[in-house]
Write a protein that binds this ligand. Structure first.
Ligand SMILES: C[S@@+](CC[C@H](N)C(=O)[O-])C[C@H]1O[C@@H](n2cnc3c(N)ncnc32)[C@H](O)[C@@H]1O
Length: 212
């Protein structure tokens, strides 16, 4: 049975969600991004976001990544169609496999971002993402995580509760909406702190983290 988050063929839900949230995320990024530098996207999926943002930041080099190498052709196709010279070829980063993570000797980033990842993964993802940020973010860099979250054990909307249950039932009990406080706790163990918690449309949040 096809799930609402299938990536190939790209489910109409993921496609719709990406198109709906591109502009609200872009508005936040316009406030936060430095004028030039390097940005790493974790779990890029189809590449829809990175290729949408890239033309707005001509002096930022964008590095897409995913654990699923089958997605790379889709990311490359989107990059070619958008003629984005500042989007690099995708790299393989599996957040569950530290041996695939970037290390600071090869590259450091001004920005790391992940969109709609945390609800489709176990909480251990928070450890991985913040550990990578601690490892490869520049001193003044930031980590931005976008998606639906619970806050202090509460859902932001009744529809989030139904979505949470649906994700867990269709996939694994460890999936579903994470609590911002749990993500923050994982970040703190790696010297990364929550600096902004922005409420965006459709009950989603942008969590911004920086170094202590
Ligand atoms: C719901 S999709 C979101 C994709 C894209 N960011 C978006 O918003 O359209 C979740 C993405 O997380 C990726 N993903 C899941 N587990 C991962 C892991 N362990 N390491 C890296 N990527 C992972 C999937 O391959 C998929 O691209």
């Amino acid at each position: 049975m096809r799930s609402l988050i299938d990536l190939y063929p790209l489910s109409s839900y993921v496609d719709w969600a990406a198109k709906r949230n591109c502009d609200p995320i872009l508005d936040v990024f316009k406030q936060l991004f430095p004028p030039s530098g390097d940005a790493l996207e974790l779990a890029s999926g189809s590449g829809a976001h990175i290729n949408y943002f890239a033309p707005h930041f001509p002096h930022i080099r964008f590095q897409p990544s995913d654990y699923d190498k089958d997605l790379f052709e889709a990311i490359r196709k989107m990059q070619a169609e958008s003629a984005n010279a500042n989007v690099w070829d995708p790299v393989h980063i599996d957040l569950a496999k530290p041996e695939t993570w970037p290390d600071a000797t090869s590259h450091r980033y001004d920005v790391i971002f992940a969109i709609n990842l945390f609800q489709v993964a176990p909480l251990a993802i928070a450890e991985s993402v913040t550990q990578i940020a601690a490892r490869v973010l520049k001193e003044t860099g930031f980590l931005a995580i976008y998606g639906p979250f619970k806050i202090d054990g509460k859902y932001a909307a009744p529809s989030d509760e139904a979505f949470d249950q649906e994700l867990r039932a269709a996939n694994a009990p460890e999936w579903g909406l994470k609590d911002v406080r749990d993500v923050e706790k994982a970040a703190n163990t790696h010297g990364i702190i929550l600096t902004q918690q922005l409420a965006l449309p459709a009950n989603n949040f942008m969590l911004v983290f920086g170094r202590l």
